[in-house]
Design a protein around this ligand. Sequence first.
Ligand SMILES: Nc1ncnc2c1ncn2[C@@H]1O[C@H](COP(=O)(O)OP(=O)(O)OP(=O)(O)O)[C@@H](O)[C@H]1O
Ligand SMILES: [Mg+2]
Length: 353
Amino acid sequence: MTRKSVLSALTAIVDPDRKTDIVRLGRVQDLDVKGNRAAFTVSVDNPGSPFAQRVADRCRAVIQAKHGDDTQVQVNIVGIRRGKVPIRPGANHLIAVASGKGGVGKSTVAVNLAAALALRGFRTGLVDTDIYGPSVPTMFGVENERPRVNKARKIIPLEKHGVRLLSMGLLVDPSNAVIWRGPMVSSAVRQFLGDAEWGTLDFLVLDLPPGTGDIQLTIVQTVSLTGAVIVSTPQRVALADARKGIAMFEQVNVPVLGVIENMAFFSPPDLPDRKYYLFGQGGARKLAKSSGVPFLGEVPLEQRLRRAGDEGVPIVVAAPECASARAFAAAAEHIVFAVAGQAATVLPEIEYR
Ligand SMILES: Nc1ncnc2c1ncn2[C@@H]1O[C@H](COP(=O)(O)OP(=O)(O)OP(=O)(O)O)[C@@H](O)[C@H]1O
Ligand SMILES: [Mg+2]
């Protein structure tokens, strides 16, 4: 019995209100597997509901069906944890995508992770917090749309490709943004997350501006993040900045869910089995290892991916068969499992293809 086999057995249990299994919903936490004993917590929306009352028995049943009747299963049921709250949009899991260095593909990663989570059936939101250079609206094809405000004066996020999204850049005049300081950004982020009508979300992905300065630190302290994803290219200069990014999250006690290597290699379309490591090989994997955080995979340099960004359709939607789209889908899967196991640093091997 392994963490992976337990989580995989538990995917048979579907929350009837949300029509999604409890693992995907990130409801299985603190999983501990030793010998023939598995212990974990399942968080439920309403501990009094019929589903909540039966869920422990059902967890036991699916695990014992797989691993035998003498398997010991200890299930702790708790009401849903709402995080450490300074701000609480409807999301259960707030994930920040950060890099350190600019231009390494944070927004591309944030957009595709959000779209991949939505494709997997999660209610997903995406916030572009980059007031200086917002790119999410372009990558989602909504640069000419403006969010409306409802009667309660709450901002209604735009919705595209199954993702609810807001970009600070759609509301802030970029020529004013250059004089913004931490406190202004902090209050704008608060308003964005707190005063928007997100509804209930399973995941909210935050695309952070490049760097590890005052603004980024303010944002990550303003919201109660579940975890962070660090994007790096294999280049030494990018890796050095990614390391600072990891340190920033450690400083504020936000778990780093993993490092994803973007622009990892190039395979010419006419020679798809060749890999050219234009920016160096394996750097982000090594960084993850030396920092003790999971490695979330390699995203190749692809013309199709760049075009998808420019055309406003995330590659996981436009061309899910592409190598980059498969890498994003796998990284999203890793993240789902990581938040399911919370502090897990060893992720289950996930087959994708
Ligand atoms: N793997 C890739 N293959 C091809 N093009 C890519 C890849 N990753 C990113 N790009 C392209 O590189 C450019 C920069 O990417 P992106 O905007 O995602 O970076 P960023 O880290 O968010 O930048 P910034 O620091 O300015 O916020 C975009 O035009 C994007 O389409
Ligand atoms: Mg960006």
